[in-house]
Ligand binder design. Structure first.
Ligand code: GLA
Length: 386
């Protein structure tokens, strides 16, 4: 999005004066799904689309929020920044202000904020994390709070927990803040140690397919999976000292899984334990340039999310099936929380046109929905842009 257009939008809305601009990206996760809240590995990259926030401090005792395209507008007294206002998108930025308050950072006077988002909403590409992270970086800068980036990431995640009711892991906010152009973030969600791995995809494109079947903003199913994973940990604890599913290897799980009486809970855990291992292997393969083998693990990841974790659904499955049957496709899977949203595929350069045509037609025939495709471009994490 052009900075000048955003600036004139801001000046028109709030009047003349200085203004600073910030950006935080959405993300696409390559592999390592539903592992973050289990202390496992994830491997997302930050995208070139995301959320913009223009901001100016004011002398008013309130904060004004306005979005140019996400249909929200609110004015909240500095006293009330710890309370959600109904069930609206504006709660993401308000939820971030609330986290600053919790850290003891007081807002005596307010600010004017204008947002513009170009992540397709509800597509599982972390439009909400981008909104949270951009707010956190902007507020941290203009109010001189001086909090380290990693604190901002955790505050953004808490905003999602407390103001949107989604008990998400840390992947999305971390990728949105810490991602780098042409790299994917290999993150250990337990220790928060991470490595930026160059995305060496010679002759191959990352294609995102939007099923246009939106996933729910605060999906009860997501929190249900979080609870099922905790139930699996509790069932295994008498047999091994663990505090999360990442503490158990694939081999140990094979030996101990019979102790999980509930077969649904057992399958949820099997997905998580195997997905953590796949993520480890996939990153090692990418580092050696073995993109073919990386793609196979993506296919396995999807099968596990479909059969054991049950977060795919007919639309994602239809798109992934069509992709996996198309020539020149090295791997394809759902990405993000699931229950609708997007797929990600590794597609040879020469096959990209054919891919969007065929997969699009096949998908439409099966579901009646018209999909969209984007060639993923990566970008740097949350930052000031002017
Ligand atoms: C959502 C959550 C993340 C992560 C993914 C699944 O995007 O916000 O924390 O759990 O789902 O991998």
């Amino acid at each position: 999005m052009d900075s000048e257009v955003l600036k004139s939008g801001f000046l028109e809305k709030y009047g003349p004066g200085p203004v600073q601009g910030f950006f935080a990206p959405g993300r696409v996760n390559l592999i390592g799904e539903h592992t973050d809240y289990n202390g496992g590995f994830v491997f997302p990259c930050a995208l070139s689309f995301g959320n913009y926030c223009l901001i100016r401090r004011t002398d008013r005792p309130s904060v004004r929020f306005f979005s140019m395209n996400m249909k929200f507008e609110a004015e909240v007294s500095v006293e009330d920044l710890d309370k959600p206002v109904g069930k609206e998108w504006v709660n993401y930025p308000i939820g971030v202000f609330a986290q600053f308050l919790k850290k003891g950072i007081k807002f005596e006077r307010g600010a004017d904020l204008l947002f513009y988002g170009d992540v397709p909403a509800g597509a599982g590409l972390s439009s909400s994390a981008a909104l949270e992270v951009v707010t956190a970086v902007a507020v941290n800068t203009v109010f001189g709070a001086g909090l380290p980036e990693i604190e901002l990431v955790k505050m953004a995640q808490k905003a999602e927990h407390e103001f949107a009711g989604v008990m998400c892991g840390i992947m999305d906010q971390f990728a949105s803040a810490m991602g780098r152009k042409d790299h994917a973030v290999y993150l250990n969600c337990d220790t928060l140690e991470y490595e930026l791995v160059p995305l060496k995809l010679d002759g191959v494109k990352l294609v995102i397919g939007n099923t246009n079947s939106p996933h729910k903003l605060d999906s009860g199913k997501y929190n249900e999976r979080v609870r099922e994973c905790r139930a699996a940990v509790a069932a295994l604890q008498p047999y091994k000292v663990i505090s999360q599913l990442a503490d158990i290897s694939v081999e140990e799980f094979g030996r101990l899984s019979d102790h999980i009486q509930d077969s649904t809970v057992m399958r949820r855990a099997r997905h998580v334990v195997s997905e953590i291992e796949r993520t480890r292997e996939a990153v090692a393969l990418l580092k050696t340039g073995n993109i073919e083998a990386f793609g196979k693990l993506m296919n396995e990841s999807h099968a596990s999310l479909r059969d054991d974790y049950e977060v795919t659904g007919p639309e994602l499955d239809a798109m992934v099936d069509a992709a996996q049957q198309t020539e020149g496709v090295l791997g394809s899977r759902m990405t993000g929380g699931g229950f609708g949203g997007c797929t990600v595929s590794l597609v040879k350069d020469w096959a990209v046109n054919d891919f969007t045509g065929r997969v699009g037609a096949d998908y439409k025939a099966k579901t009646g929905l018209i999909p969209e495709f984007y060639i993923a471009e990566t970008s740097d994490g949350g930052r000031r842009i002017f």
